[in-house]
Design a binder for this molecule. Structure first.
Ligand SMILES: NC(=O)c1ccc[n+]([C@@H]2O[C@H](COP(=O)([O-])OP(=O)(O)OC[C@H]3O[C@@H](n4cnc5c(N)ncnc54)[C@H](OP(=O)(O)O)[C@@H]3O)[C@@H](O)[C@H]2O)c1
Length: 293
């Protein structure tokens, strides 16, 4: 497992161990996946049957300033992993993004919908998918969307939920776009469904998104409702709230393919959010402060 300290990485390790698999995991300080020799050496030390890559360069806006850095981690490093997996005859499980789509669709995206990435991050992620599949016939590529998990409590980048809660701690109004829709995905459920796919020996591209397509504004509202706080939340849109990277306006993912092969549907977002806050409370041990209460 590479990228083991990320939101998804910690959940994959936890779930694999819960299912009694022997797991070796490396975070960035132990193996930088952009270093082919380090990747090869890590795999040579452990007879891995399946290699999970949850490492990624995820700074969508910063990537417009440093597209090479994004491409190195999300594209070329996946080639390193694919080549190394080929050498030791291991299966590669790689994660990609809803941002490979341009957002022109009005239905949740299926795996065979045409891709059309809109920026440097998105292009780099699509390149990673292609590299995984170029060198391996049995690579599993899982596209997901708006990942949030308790692992975000321990990382500097955090996640959207923690960002909203931080903003709620100040008395300034919070503006969130209402014209961009995605499928926010709870990391522990993503990890568990991915391992289900691996246990079924699935390969190719699968979508695993959260159970409820939702705008970022509605998502923020649900976060505050679940947390029991009432900051001033205002809807904005992409014209008012400009970002360096273009993003798909609509990038909800259809889980139809996953469900057709017998995997359990993802629960509604409200349920995933409740699970997140239960885990958050267990970890942090204190309720969220409401500055307006
Ligand atoms: N987060 C989302 O909203 C989202 C949405 C769609 C798809 N995805 C995809 O889902 C997967 C999991 O994302 P996540 O939410 O778990 O991301 P995350 O929390 O940002 O974790 C990514 C991890 O990768 C590590 N990493 C970065 N560069 C590396 C390198 N060169 N070598 C080794 N490790 C490196 C990071 O380490 P540092 O912290 O030290 O940099 C971090 O621990 C990724 O493929 C991502 O593209 C995520």
């Amino acid at each position: 497992m590479f990228g083991a300290a990320g939101q998804l990485g910690v959940e994959l390790v936890r779930e694999l161990q819960a299912r009694r698999y022997e797991v070796r995991s490396w975070d960035r300080s132990q193996v930088d996946i952009t270093d082919p020799a380090a990747v090869e050496q890590a795999l040579a030390e452990f007879d891995a049957q399946v290699v999970f890559n949850s490492a990624a360069y995820n700074q969508v806006d910063v990537a417009e300033k440093e597209p090479q850095a994004a491409f190195l981690v999300n594209g070329l490093a996946v080639r390193n992993l694919a080549v190394a997996c080929r050498q030791v005859d291991a299966r590669l499980v790689h994660f990609s993004t809803d941002y490979v789509f341009d957002g022109a669709a009005r239905h949740p995206y299926a795996e065979d919908d045409p891709t059309h990435p809109l920026g440097a991050y998105a292009v780099s992620k699509l390149a990673g998918e292609l590299y995984a599949q170029a060198y391996l016939d049995n690579a599993l590529v899982v596209r997901t969307s708006g990942v949030f998990g308790p692992g975000g409590l321990d990382t500097a980048r955090g996640n959207f939920v923690e960002l909203m809660l931080r903003l709620a701690g100040s008395s300034n109004p919070i503006r969130v776009v209402e014209d961009h829709v995605a499928s926010p995905t709870y990391a522990p459920l993503l990890a568990s469904r991915t391992i289900d796919l691996v246990e079924q020996q699935q390969s190719g591209v699968f979508h695993i998104g959260g159970g409820t397509p939702t705008s970022w504004f509605q998502f923020a509202r649900l976060i505050f409702q679940t947390a029991g706080v009432e900051p001033m939340l205002l809807a904005t849109n992409e014209r008012e709230y400009r970002t360096p990277a273009r993003r798909p306006r609509y990038s909800a993912l259809s889980n139809g393919k996953m469900e057709r092969i017998g995997l359990a549907p993802m629960p509604p977002l409200s349920e995933a959010m409740t699970l997140y806050f239960e885990e958050r409370k267990r970890r942090v041990g204190k309720p969220v402060q409401n500055p307006r209460a």
